[in-house]
Design a protein around this ligand. Structure first.
Ligand SMILES: Nc1ncnc2c1ncn2[C@@H]1O[C@H](COP(=O)(O)OP(=O)(O)OP(=O)(O)O)[C@@H](O)[C@H]1O
Ligand SMILES: [Mg+2]
Length: 288
């Protein structure tokens, strides 16, 4: 599948909505961005995640929660084929992105990562100026428009413009951690992605910077679909529309732990009326 086909898929709402949402009826008539079916992820012989079937919706914030080692990072990395970069990683099952099999041989993984951007736990600005951090991606993908405008718009969207507009030529490494993380979000936004994946984007930030990123997520979800991994229950409850709770199951020999999806539902249901005892124990802080 080339980039044109992916673009067409993006513009055509997926006709069928198969939702795997706990005891709640599926949110009807909403566009589906990702649909995973029996997704397992292996590192060599080790199966880190098993049989995940889950539907992720457009213009929603979807939170992935669960104890350390249950496979949240492994799962989210599948959604833009970052796992391809890990030599031992292998995926079984299916991930459809706007109806296209993401792991089809014809799909260009570089194009996938442009459409599905990622923000990591630790802000990772390039050792370049603030301006060049934003301009880099669009330049590579052949952007021909007004770069100054694009840089400003992207920084505005990431709620960073006012703080940096007079120092665009200065190094991004001189920004605070919270500013660096917003710069990474601006960098992501500059290439006009469809989805933004965030793996614990606030874990290194103070509550004020965290609050700004949460506000920013609410602002930009009208334009993007966001998937966020978080260890912070309040954050998941505050920002997300849907929540998926993962846990690690131990095998009979007690020597292997495999991540499984326990429950997936609207966020309020996961936090207020979970159907599975393991979810309840986790969200009430009795486990994990
Ligand atoms: N590159 C890798 N090679 C081999 N095993 C890995 C690799 N990355 C993760 N794993 C293993 O896969 C399992 C799931 O790890 P993962 O990092 O996805 O968990 P997580 O839920 O993100 O945990 P945390 O909350 O601590 O970030 C763990 O057992 C981990 O050791
Ligand atoms: Mg992780």
């Amino acid at each position: 599948m080339d980039s044109t086909a992916l673009r067409e898929q993006r513009q055509t709402p997926h006709p069928e909505v198969h939702a795997e949402v706990g005891h709640q009826e599926a949110p009807a008539n909403r566009d589906v961005v990702f649909e995973t079916r029996d997704l397992s992820v292996f590192y060599g012989e080790f199966r880190a995640v098993r049989d995940v079937s889950l539907t992720i919706y457009r213009n929603h914030i979807t939170a992935l929660i669960g104890p350390s080692g249950c496979g949240k990072t492994t799962f989210i990395r599948c959604l833009n084929r970052m796992n391809d970069l890990i030599e031992t990683a292998r995926v079984e099952g299916e991930i459809k992105y706007h109806g296209v099999n993401l792991y089809d041989k014809k799909v260009d993984a570089v194009e996938v990562r442009r459409r599905i951007g990622m923000v990591f736990q630790k802000p990772n600005p390039f050792p370049k100026s603030i301006y060049d951090n934003i301009a880099f991606g669009p330049k590579i993908s052949g952007f021909k428009g007004n770069m100054d405008e694009l840089v400003e718009q992207s920084l505005q969207k990431a709620a960073l413009w006012d703080e940096v507009k007079d120092r665009l030529k200065e190094s991004a490494m001189g920004l605070s951690g919270g500013q660096q993380q917003r710069l990474c979000i601006a960098r992501c936004v500059a290439v006009q992605p469809d989805v933004i994946l965030m793996d614990e984007p606030c874990s290194a930030l103070d509550p004020i910077a965290t609050g700004r990123i949460e506000d920013l997520m609410q602002d930009i979800k009208e334009e993007y679909s966001i998937v966020i991994v978080t260890h912070n229950m309040q954050q998941a409850a505050r920002v997300s529309d849907m929540t998926a709770f993962f846990t690690a199951e131990v095998n009979e020999q007690q020597d292997r732990r495999t991540g499984v999806l326990v429950e997936y539902d609207k966020t309020e249901n996961i936090f207020q009326t979970p159907t599975d005892e393991r979810t309840e124990n986790y969200v009430t802080g009795r486990f994990g």
